[in-house]
Design a protein around this ligand. Structure first.
Ligand code: GDP
Length: 187
């Protein structure tokens, strides 16, 4: 079965996006436990896979966040041939701040690293810039420009919370059609 995978830092709104696209609630009890496993859902000819959120977050040990990152990398490598499209979700309202914080420490921001990795391994990659509703029009254009420059990947603004995902849906459909795979979203 072909895979459509979703990756993103914790709290960027990946579960909200999944509900907006597929009309189902995923990830119950998302307080990290000991098992790391992706949520998946059949959507037409494709399996939509919600990978665990990566990156450090409150209440989670550094060791756990490393395990999550390793899990994602292995999952993507092991399934490279089945992945038709990888969607990386970012929070466009805080992307620049986080990138600048890492860069000021001389480190490579995890979102940039993940995006480069996805581009190396996956046939198609799209970045979904979520929480666009938190910015005004002008700020949004500026932040999208920044994200495009940093990630060198197609970036599409969305607001998962408002159900504003139309452009992303049509791009997903386009890419999957090109790959000969049909997808069904919520109706
Ligand atoms: P996940 O950890 O990536 O699965 O993130 P969630 O879907 O649980 O969302 C994290 C938080 O961001 C929640 O408080 C959501 O209500 C909020 N959120 C998700 N999408 C949006 C959005 O498009 N706009 C705004 N303003 N908040 C959002």
């Amino acid at each position: 079965m072909k895979l459509l995978v979703f990756a993103g830092r914790s709290n960027v709104g990946k579960s909200t996006l999944f509900s907006a696209l597929f009309g189902v609630r995923v990830r119950k009890g998302k307080r990290p436990g000991t098992t790391i496993k992706p949520n998946q859902l059949r959507a037409g000819d494709v399996l939509a896979v919600d990978l665990p959120g990566y990156g450090y977050m409150k209440g989670v040990s550094w060791e756990y966040s490393e395990r999550v990152r390793d899990f994602i990398v292995h999952y993507i490598e092991n399934n490279a041939n089945s992945i038709v499209l990888a969607i990386q979700v970012i929070d466009i309202s805080s992307f620049r701040e986080i990138v600048e914080r890492w860069e000021s420490r001389g480190e490579k921001p995890i979102d940039i690293e993940m995006c480069e990795f996805l581009n190396e391994v996956c046939r198609n990659v799209i970045v979904a810039a979520n929480k666009a509703d938190k910015l005004d029009r002008k700020e949004l254009e500026r932040e999208l420009g920044y994200a495009r420059e940093k990630l060198r990947t197609e970036v599409i603004p969305i607001s998962a919370k408002r159900g504003d995902v139309k452009r992303l849906k049509s791009r997903i459909t386009e890419v999957l059609t090109k790959e000969g795979v049909s997808i069904s979203f919520r109706h």
